[in-house]
Write a protein that binds this ligand. Structure first.
Ligand code: ZN
Length: 295
């Protein structure tokens, strides 16, 4: 009997895989100290500069002139991160850049930090007023929430669950291109979990909607917080149940969907996303991915 490889996933390159550094999002209401990092977001952009090694740097509180109202977000190891509230003067050497364009910044933990901070900043901004009675909301005292002092409505950070799907048959996998997206590389099939669904049902529904195939043998791979869109991604491999020929594609969502073989695939060199890592994993290990993940 052929020996089954005991490790068929790739290690440690996704955006949240920042070990040995450790992300800690325990809530507190501490004030910022001069050495703490303060993210300043404005219209989808953030204040950033690059050091001589081309590593991304975000301002410390001490670099701002004048008063900055800063709200605690989280820490990574002992480095504490805040968000600026209200207007601030831009410190020397920094510029605003689109958060969405920062996908490839280094070091990886600062990439993860700015994306996660952006998710929280967006959530705080979107919950300035109560959705039930329109009063001004205030931050919760004991947990990360926004609370309406008038009607008691409590809102927690928004996380949208979605699936990434590696549909595999023999030595091939289904890849797709999204319609109207700027990201033109091939992606895997994907979609949001609808109310009342399990993740497995989402996988079945999305593959059927997008390429008209029924699937079986749904195997969990890994998950990933994808903070810039407030998404939480669950990766699954699966295989067609019976017919594997793509007879139709969902033309509203996709411009293209096709089977490609391992030989035709190229390794993604910047696998910060679960999609890229799942494609690389399939490229390396083929349909062994259908046996489920092993550490
Ligand atoms: Zn209210």
């Amino acid at each position: 009997m052929r020996k089954i490889s005991s490790a068929y996933f790739l290690r440690g390159t996704m955006i949240q895989e920042i070990a040995p550094k450790k992300f800690d999002n325990t809530y507190c209401k501490d004030a910022a100290n001069p050495d703490d990092t303060v993210f300043v977001f404005r219209d989808g952009k953030v204040l950033i500069r690059y050091d001589i090694n081309s590593d991304a740097v975000f301002p410390k509180l001490s670099e701002f002139s004048g008063n900055v109202s800063a709200q605690y977000l989280f820490k990574i190891d002992d480095e504490r991160y805040f968000r600026a509230q209200g207007d601030v003067f831009c410190p020397d050497g920094y510029e605003y850049e689109s958060v969405r364009s920062l996908r490839h910044i280094t070091p990886l933990y600062r990439n993860f930090a700015v994306m996660t901070a952006y998710q929280l900043d967006s959530w705080y901004r979107e919950n300035t007023y109560c959705g039930r009675c329109a009063h001004k909301m205030i931050p919760g005292t004991k947990e990360r929430s926004m609370v309406c002092p008038d009607c008691g409505n409590t809102v927690y950070p928004k996380i949208c669950p979605a699936v990434i799907i590696g549909c595999v048959h023999g030595d091939s996998i289904i890849v797709s291109r999204y319609r109207g997206r700027s990201y033109k590389n091939y992606a895997l099939l994907a979609g949001f979990v609808e109310i009342g669904e399990t993740f497995e049902e989402t996988v079945q529904r999305e593959v059927y909607e997008e390429v008209g195939l029924k699937v079986k043998n749904i195997r969990y791979y890994k998950s990933q917080p994808w903070a810039i869109d407030s998404d939480f991604l669950m990766g699954f491999y699966c295989e067609p149940d019976g017919d594997f020929e793509i007879k139709r594609i969902d033309e509203e969502e996709l411009s293209e969907a096709l089977w490609i073989s391992r030989d035709e695939m190229e390794y993604r060199e910047d696998p910060v996303s679960l999609t890229s890592e799942m494609m690389n994993t399939f490229k390396k290990f083929g349909n062994a991915v259908l046996r489920g993940r092993k550490e």
